[in-house]
Write a protein that binds this ligand. Structure first.
Ligand code: ZN
Length: 251
């Protein structure tokens, strides 16, 4: 009954209702005109693990085997860019996970699906389109360019996308994500790699899975043991001049 009355009121005041967000009934509503949409602080990259953009456009507007899913964008292998959810809305692409102090990645991020089955190289037009899209999003939404991560980075126990073939170095050369300097020195004696992984943003609860996610991103394989080169990379990523770029800042 209450619901019917509310619907009737909405019909009567259609234009007003259409623009009003739900309000908290325990507070007195004293509206301020000074606001805009909440802005994401991270960009999460995925591969679709499907064989065609048509198939993915369907999945991202319906469901996969786990339930309803979506992403803000889908980049086809011909370089076409599709948008499925508005930047200011919460798409369902990340699922459970953590990056730095962020535990609800869907609320905090823009999700970009890349049309790739996980076994083939990403195409040149696709990488160029992705770089253009990252340029747009980081500029327009003021997302720090270093805050571009992979699905496997935030959910190391569950996910491996965008996979070992994803060109992270190329992204870093264009200014997106993080990457160690080529001439960075070896890690010092006693360097704490797990602490460094946490500092970068990883959840290290499941050690092997975290190392695998790190290797997928920085070494292009799914190794689960850290070697001296991994330590050098981690040390470079956690040098004092890098700290602050790594874990998404709240604002
Ligand atoms: Zn994914």
């Amino acid at each position: 009954m209450k619901k019917l009355a509310a619907v009737a009121l909405c019909v009567a005041l259609l234009s007003a209702c259409a623009h009003q967000a739900p309000r908290n009934p325990m507070a007195t509503w004293v509206p301020s005109p000074n606001f805009d949409e909440r802005r994401p602080v991270v960009i999460v990259l995925h591969y679709t693990e499907q064989d065609s953009v048509e198939q993915s456009l369907h999945t991202l507007r319906t469901r996969n085997s786990g339930g309803p899913v979506s992403s803000h964008y889908l980049v086809g292998d011909d370089g076409a860019i599709y948008q499925l959810v508005a930047d200011g809305h919460r798409a369902w692409h990340a699922g459970g996970g953590r990056w730095g102090t962020i535990t609800d990645l869907n609320s905090a991020s823009i999700g970009i699906e890349i049309d790739n089955n996980g076994r083939e190289p990403f195409t040149e037009p696709q990488v160029q389109a992705l770089l253009r899209l990252l340029e747009d999003l980081t500029g327009r939404l003021r997302i720090p360019p270093s805050h571009v991560i992979g699905h496997s980075d935030l959910a190391p126990s569950r996910k491996i996308d965008p996979g070992p073939l994803f060109p992270w170095r190329r992204l870093a050369e264009a200014g997106f994500g993080i990457w160690p300097a080529d001439d960075a020195p070896p890690a010092p004696e006693g360097f704490d790699a797990m602490r460094a992984l946490e500092q970068v943003g990883y959840d290290t609860t499941h050690r092997e899975a975290t190392i695998r996610a790190f290797r997928l991103r920085f070494r292009g394989d799914a190794g689960t043991v850290l070697d001296a080169e991994d330590l050098r990379i981690l040390h470079a990523l956690t040098l004092p001049d890098q700290v602050g770029l790594l874990v998404p800042a709240s604002r």
